[in-house]
Structure formats: C-alpha cells, structure tokens
Design a binder for this molecule. Structure first.
Ligand code: NCD
Length: 328
C-alpha cells in the first residue's frame, strides 16, 4: 500500500486502499467515542491549530473535538479577530502560527487552492484541507463514505458493497467542494455516481469527472438510488442568480415528502449540513429513519481522529496502525 500522504489536501491524494485504511482506523476511534470517557493519549504533546478563514459550525467543532479526544492541545484561529484585519498577509499569518510550534494546521478558506499554498509555506506542520472554495473538502467525503459503509453493514463487507452502489448527488454541484470530494471518493470505492442538478448548477465542464450520468429529472433517479446525497444551494457563492427562484428549485430538485416516497426500502439520505429545511430537503424528510444526517456528524469526529492519527500519530507509534492506545 502507498504510504499515507504528508498532507491531506484533496481526495485525489488518496487511493482506494488509503481510503479503506482511514475507514478501518476510524472504527477504532468510533469505539473510543463510545467509551464513558472518550479520550486517548495518542497526540499528547502535539498542537493542532484550526485556521478557519470562512464560517463553520460543524467542521471546526468536529476537528477540535477530534484533536481534544486525542489529548492534543488545540489553538483556534478566528479570522474575524485576527491581524488579517490589520492587513497581515495569509503567508505571514501562517508562518507566525507555525513559529509557535504547531504540528497540524486545519485550513478552511473561501478561495480554492489556499490549503495547497499553506502546505508549500510550512516547514514541518501537516496541513488538512477543511474546505477551500468550490474545490475540495476531503474529510467530509471520508465521513460520508464511513457513514455509507456503516449503513451497508460496516467493516470489509460494507466496503465491498460499494461496488456498483448507485449514488445520486443532488443539488448545487457547480459550487460544491463537498460534491467534488465525494465523487472522487465514491468512484474510487467502486460506486456509480449520478449527478442531479439544473444545468445552471452544474460546472461548465464535467470532463474527467468519474460520474456515470447527469440527470435533470429527480423522479427518474430516486427509485434506483441506493444513496441520495443532497447539497445546499450555495447562495453565498452566487447560486441565487442562476436559479429562477428557490421555490422552483425545490419543486424540481428538493427532496420533498412526495419524492421521499419514491425511494427504495434501504436507500439512505445524506446531507453534509448546514441544512436549509424546506429548500433542498423537507423538514420531515430530514427526520426519517433512513436520513443519516446526525450519524454523519457523529462519524465525522471519529474519521477526523483517524486522519490526524494517520498524519501525525505514526511517529508516536513507530508506524504501527493496528492498535489505538487505551486511555491513559
Ligand atoms: C459544507 C461546506 O462548508 O463545504 N458543510 C460542511 O462542511 N459540513 C457544505 C455547505 O456549506 O453547504
């Protein structure tokens, strides 16, 4: 198997074997999360900084929870109250943070490519992309794969069931870093990805995207789908002008209560959050038992612990990945 990359910047950095490795290690950390005291000493003495230049609730809290459960020290950079406001450059900010002895930087930015640039500027820290523009959000795709693998029975058997699995990704694909990461991850594991979106919310070209079909009729896709993964309409990235109205979007592409009745038994619904209830998903659909939205959030912590372990924890454990240490 290829060694795990130094940084996690894109889903393209991982092949199928490495994705499977993240999911396997996540199982051990999910077990830690179920303990009465969900904490292990794995990253004691290490410092993880979250550098979020864009708003976030779940991703930042998820990474910080993951790092704290591994006993790392956590520094939280808030762009709104930082020296960026006084005109400091991104590079100077990153170099300043690294000079404090940071081991890992978790970077989110509204511009595509920022985590890649940060990775070139740092000397020794590892960099994890927590979402950059409409480019990539690899840990979201990994936690989605983990959640689907659990729904398929978990473990190696669940992983094997990705072969030929029909995944429909519905919504604002054009502006979605989540979709770009999911498509690569699902396809690497053998799933067949169909995109469902109005033409204006698709990227100008899909050349090189590992998708089997693009559909504009959600009713034709839902009865055949095993996984329906919804995307938020990214109004802050300009989707508003590309749609006649949100009401029309919902009637054509929203997972309404009527649409949900078309799903096969056993089909599951995912959404990375934040949900805009009543637009891409009806409130009652989000509450259905086959909706795995809260499982995604819970699994996100275990998956991010696994990513931090694979990027940082190896030195501490002499390259052995088989055992997550007991609490200490
Ligand atoms: C997404 C994001 O920020 O890319 N949310 C997340 O990280 N869970 C999706 C979105 O904002 O719609």
């Amino acid at each position: 198997m290829r060694p795990f990359p130094v940084h996690l910047l894109s889903m393209e950095d991982l092949d199928a074997g490495q994705i499977a490795e993240v999911l396997r290690v996540s199982d051990s950390f999910a077990e830690v999360g179920r303990r009465a005291s969900p904490k292990v000493p794995t990253l004691r003495g290490r410092t993880v900084a979250t550098l979020f230049f864009e708003d976030s609730t779940r991703t930042r809290m998820s990474f910080e929870t993951a790092a704290k459960r591994m006993s790392a020290d956590v520094l939280s950079f808030a762009h709104g109250s930082s020296s960026i406001k006084k005109g400091e450059s991104l590079r100077d900010t990153v170099e300043t943070v690294e000079a404090m002895g940071i081991d890992a930087m978790i970077v989110r930015h509204a511009s595509s490519g920022v985590p890649d640039r940060v990775a070139r500027w740092v000397d020794h820290s590892v960099v994890v992309n927590a979402g950059d523009g409409a480019h990539q959000h690899p840990t979201q795709a990994l936690l989605d794969c983990y959640t689907v693998r659990e729904a398929l029975g978990g473990g190696e058997d669940g992983l094997a069931r990705f072969g030929g699995l029909r995944v429909a990704i519905v919504g604002d694909v054009r502006h979605s870093r989540v979709a770009r990461s999911q498509i690569v991850a699902y396809a690497a594991l053998g799933a067949e990805v169909t995109l469902v979106a109005p033409a204006t919310l698709l990227p100008p070209s899909l050349e090189g995207w590992p998708v089997v079909a693009v559909e504009h009729d959600i009713d034709a896709v839902l009865p055949k789908a095993d996984v329906v993964s919804l995307l938020r309409v990214q109004a802050e990235r300009g989707s508003g002008v590309l749609l006649p109205s949100l009401r029309e979007y919902t009637s054509g592409y929203g997972l309404t209560a009527r649409c949900a009745t078309m799903l096969q038994p056993g089909a599951v619904i995912l959404h990375p959050g934040p949900l805009v209830r009543g637009v891409e998903i009806a409130s009652e659909v989000a509450e259905l038992p086959q909706s795995l939205i809260t499982d995604q959030v819970a699994n996100g912590v275990a998956v991010r612990m696994a990513v931090l372990f694979l990027l940082l924890g190896r030195d501490a454990h002499h390259g052995r990945l088989e055992e997550v240490p007991d609490r200490g």
